[in-house]
Design a protein around this ligand. Structure first.
Ligand SMILES: Cc1ncc(COP(=O)(O)O)c(C=O)c1O
Length: 363
């Protein structure tokens, strides 16, 4: 028997369940489970990684000055000192939780929110608190009504994963203005690029309005760099300084630095990815609704059809798996009757739609 034991709250933490792979599949698998960019990374990002591949024996710049300045310039941020970088945006969720919440504190998020907020709260001993949603969205009053004297952070993914829904910027502004001064408001913009540049600018400006708001972003989605693990945030000065105090000195690797800088400047690649997504998410939503699978409009790079019952969603998932198509079951998000389907290449989207059309025709 060992007496080496983790802290009690660590034992209560259930790890994040990723989209995963299709075990035992033969041949090409259509991967629509993890909201990755079907175009892959920008060719310019690949070139940039090749150019630095022979230099990876040297540690990266611990201040990540060039990366932070490039992100700031590309996104219209005046002060790059308030831009921070991370090993995936998951790291920002963890470091902000570590810095601002612990046992006895509450972390607030909505009912069907991205599940890392819960994982992070529990792994730091804080209490996760969820705000009920109606029709896959929580309103401003519901969110503000759930704030308590113990709330330390409100995480809000906008658009949210896995619902694809979002609150208008006016609602975010109202939340920002109404939160008590002890609550940090974290707007997770993992899918912001899929809404569009105007929205990206508006959530950036939100950070400048008040010293209580952080914007989080990722290179894993529209940038197609998920395997590199690169995220970034724009923060009030005091929060950025706190973040820099606790992050690992070399938390972002050199290949990610090179690829991230090239990708965020590749405006043509980003526009092409966004346009493909905007076109296909509408087509997929329409096609799914037409075969009787109620699918709400999505603001992100995935859709969330409703199969009516958990059993039927599970049967559809098995039906797709048998045809080498991997989508995401979302029972863990409290949505057992739905499946989340990433917008993929035209060919892959057609394949999943055709398979679901056959499935719904048969049961
Ligand atoms: C809403 C949201 N936030 C954050 C992340 C984390 O992304 P990453 O750690 O790859 O940057 C994801 C990934 O799926 C997400 O959906």
């Amino acid at each position: 028997m060992t007496e080496i034991k983790p802290l009690p709250h660590i034992l209560q933490t259930k790890p994040y369940v990723p989209g995963g792979k299709l075990a035992g599949a033969q041949g090409h698998v259509i991967m629509l489970a993890s909201n990755e960019n079907p175009f892959g990374p920008s060719p310019k990002a690949i070139e940039a990684m090749k150019a630095v591949a022979a230099d990876v024996h040297v540690y990266p710049d611990p201040e990540y000055r060039a990366l932070r300045e490039t992100i700031a310039a590309a996104t219209g941020i005046a002060d790059s000192a308030r831009v921070v970088v991370s090993a995936g945006s998951d790291e920002i969720i963890h470091l902000l939780t570590q810095a601002y919440a612990g046992p006895g504190d509450e972390i607030l998020f909505t009912e069907h929110a991205f599940s890392m907020y819960r994982v992070s709260a529990l792994s730091h001993g804080a209490d996760p608190v969820t705000v009920p949603e109606t029709e896959l969205t929580a309103g401003v009053n519901a969110i503000l009504g759930a704030v308590s004297p113990r709330t330390k952070i409100l995480f809000l993914a906008n658009p949210n994963n896995p619902t694809g829904t979002m609150l208008p910027v006016d609602a975010l502004t109202q939340i920002q203005d109404s939160l008590p001064p002890h609550v940090l408001f974290v707007v997770d913009g993992a899918y912001a690029e899929y809404v569009g540049p105007e929205y990206e600018a508006r959530i950036r400006d939100l950070v400048d309005r008040r010293a209580n708001t952080v914007m989080m972003r990722t290179f894993s989605k529209i940038h197609g760099l998920a395997a590199l693990r690169l995220g970034w945030g724009y923060m009030p000065e005091a929060v950025a300084q706190t973040y820099q105090r606790i992050r690992g000195p070399f938390n972002v690797n050199g290949l990610a630095v090179a690829a991230g800088m090239a990708s965020i400047q590749d405006v043509e690649f980003l526009s092409r990815s966004r346009e493909h997504n905007s076109d296909w998410r509408v087509r997929m939503t329409g096609a799914l609704n037409a075969i009787g699978l109620a699918t709400p409009p999505s603001h992100a790079n995935f859709v969330l059809p409703d199969f009516g019952t958990a059993e039927r969603a599970a049967a559809a998932n098995e039906y797709l798996k048998a045809r080498n198509i991997l989508v995401r079951a979302v029972g863990g998000y409290g949505l057992p009757a739905r499946l989340r389907i990433t917008v993929g290449s035209a060919e892959d989207n057609q394949a999943v739609l055709s398979a679901l059309s056959d499935f719904t025709a048969s049961r």
